[in-house]
Design a protein around this ligand. Structure first.
Ligand code: CS2
Length: 493
């Protein structure tokens, strides 16, 4: 083992390092959910912004559950290597913008104090879709969400992201400090507006005197975030050690492409993120829809179908001509549901996505993308399907995606081996699968009836349920490979 990465002094010249004095800059951001994606995206933009324009914008990270990230990063003074892997090679860059990571379950008070510090001006989040406590049936707060229910039932406790935000704002109000901006960086449409609604509902239930303060003084900009970031593996750590000559237990790897589109609505300033390539706009929605429907919709489709067809990684999927034909059709169908996106040609965007998915240097597991399907399908598949329905376009591509998810929900591969579903609604899904007892049509009917997932307008649309169940039956009786081949033949691939 080489020495641990704790300083950038003495690193080889080939390693990019933070070009600023980390000790001089103070923390201005508290980030909830410091995982691989944040480390490859917002933290990298912030590193670039501080290097370009300075400012007290160092990040205090928070892990809401596991201590792993904190235990890897804190002994390294917050430093970690971002390994950018592209077809042209591998480039290590040490990121300096994270000061430290707090672990909420170990010290919730410490997290609240960080949120309430005068210098905290932005609170950002990457807590994944399921972290928000959004009830798909109502579009409001899910009071049965485990962390939220626990917070609401016990006023002495704070465990959910919403709980921390409200508790932090409450202390600020008491101290007469200015509020902070709350910025969601998760793959949800209108993520700022949704988060605002949920925070207000949570405050109303837990601490009603906070409601006016939040409504009048806190902003919630929406953002579109994009960078493919697979989970780190032994190879990530080994490659980093070889390239930088130190042991880095917090290293992450990512692709060269990165995009960040942000609504410019910050109540207490922000870093110069545009210096690092972020784009500020007044309306993020067109970009969010494009990304969720074309990138993420294609991702989910290829993850379910690809995983079951035996492809471990997205790049393997891109070597399967039949599945590529299905994915190309999917992207075109998703693009047809969009209104024009300023400055973007959607066929160029689709072409770039194919190249990104094919990146031979990135080992992005289909199984990783397949998790949390019930949280992802609504914005990735169902919303564009509803638009396609309104516009009189074919629903077949979306029926294939839904059938592939249902086949995946069975939890057993074509060779009989089982796998964990990893979905917060796993119990309901399992009950539906058991109830159907292998009958494709019964399974499609049961899963289409899961509360809040597939709106009646779609389920009752002419031919949609039949198109789903026909495909699911083929997947179950003939196997996923045969189903993909049949689908490709039907789309001329
Ligand atoms: C993926 C995303 O895991 C998933 O569901 O679709 O994480 C995807 O890689 C990112 O959104 C890319 O920006």
């Amino acid at each position: 083992m080489t020495d641990r990465l704790t300083t950038t002094a003495g690193l080889p010249d080939t390693v990019a390092v933070p070009g600023y004095d980390r000790d001089a800059a103070r923390a201005g951001i508290v980030h909830l959910g410091t995982g691989a994606f944040h480390k490859a995206h917002q933290a990298a933009y912030t590193d670039g912004a501080i290097a370009a324009s300075g400012g007290d914008w160092m990040i205090t990270g928070v892990s809401l559950r596991s201590a792993d990230v904190a235990d890897a990063l804190n002994p390294q003074n917050g430093l970690y290597t971002l390994l950018v892997r592209g077809p042209e090679g591998v480039f290590p860059r040490v990121i300096g913008s994270v000061r430290e990571v707090l672990v909420a379950p170990r010290g919730p008070e410490q997290v609240i104090q960080a949120l309430a510090r005068a210098e905290t001006r932005i609170v950002s989040l990457t807590i994944t879709e399921k972290g928000y406590g959004l009830d798909p049936r109502t579009g409001g707060l899910d009071r049965e969400h485990p962390a939220i229910a626990a917070d609401l039932n016990d006023p002495r406790r704070t465990a959910s992201a919403l709980g921390f935000i409200v508790a932090g704002l409450r202390l600020r109000m008491m101290k007469a400090y200015a509020p902070f901006t709350v910025m969601s960086c998760d793959n949800l449409p209108n993520n700022g507006r949704v988060l605002r609604r949920l925070v207000l509902e949570f405050a109303e239930a837990r601490d009603p005197k906070m409601v006016d303060y939040i409504r009048d003084r806190v902003t919630f900009p929406s953002t579109m975030v994009d960078r493919i970031t697979p989970a780190s593996t032994e190879k990530t750590f080994a490659d980093v050690e070889r390239l930088i000559g130190r042991t880095d237990l917090a290293a992450v790897e990512t692709e060269p492409f990165t995009q960040w589109i942000v609504e410019d609505d910050f109540v207490a300033g922000r870093p110069d993120w545009e210096a690092a390539g972020a784009v500020f706009v007044t309306d993020v929605a067109p970009y969010e829809k494009m990304k969720l429907r074309m990138l993420n919709g294609a991702h989910s489709t290829l993850a379910y179908a690809g995983y079951l067809a035996g492809h471990s990684f997205v790049r393997d999927v891109m070597g399967d001509a039949d599945l590529v034909a299905v994915i190309e059709r999917h992207m075109a169908a998703a693009a047809a549901t969009l209104d024009p996106v300023p400055g973007i040609d959607l066929s160029d965007y689709a072409r770039d996505l194919r190249a990104r998915f094919s990146n031979p240097a990135i080992a992005h597991q289909t199984y990783q993308i397949a998790m949390d399907g019930t949280q992802k399908l609504p914005q990735r598949i169902v919303e564009p399907a509803l638009v396609a329905l309104e516009r009189g376009q074919s629903l077949a591509p979306f029926a294939f995606s839904v059938a592939a998810w249902m086949r995946y929900a069975v939890g057993r591969r074509d060779d009989g081996e089982s796998y964990a579903l990893r979905d917060p609604r796993e119990a309901e899904i399992r009950a539906a699968v058991e109830g159907a007892g292998g009958d494709g049509q019964a399974l499609a009917t049961a899963l289409l009836a899961l509360p809040g997932l597939f709106p009646a307008r779609l389920v009752e649309a002419a031919g949609f349920a039949a198109a789903v169940s026909r495909r699911l039956e083929t997947m179950l009786s003939q196997g996923m490979r045969a189903a993909i081949a049949a689908e490709a033949a039907s789309c001329g691939g």
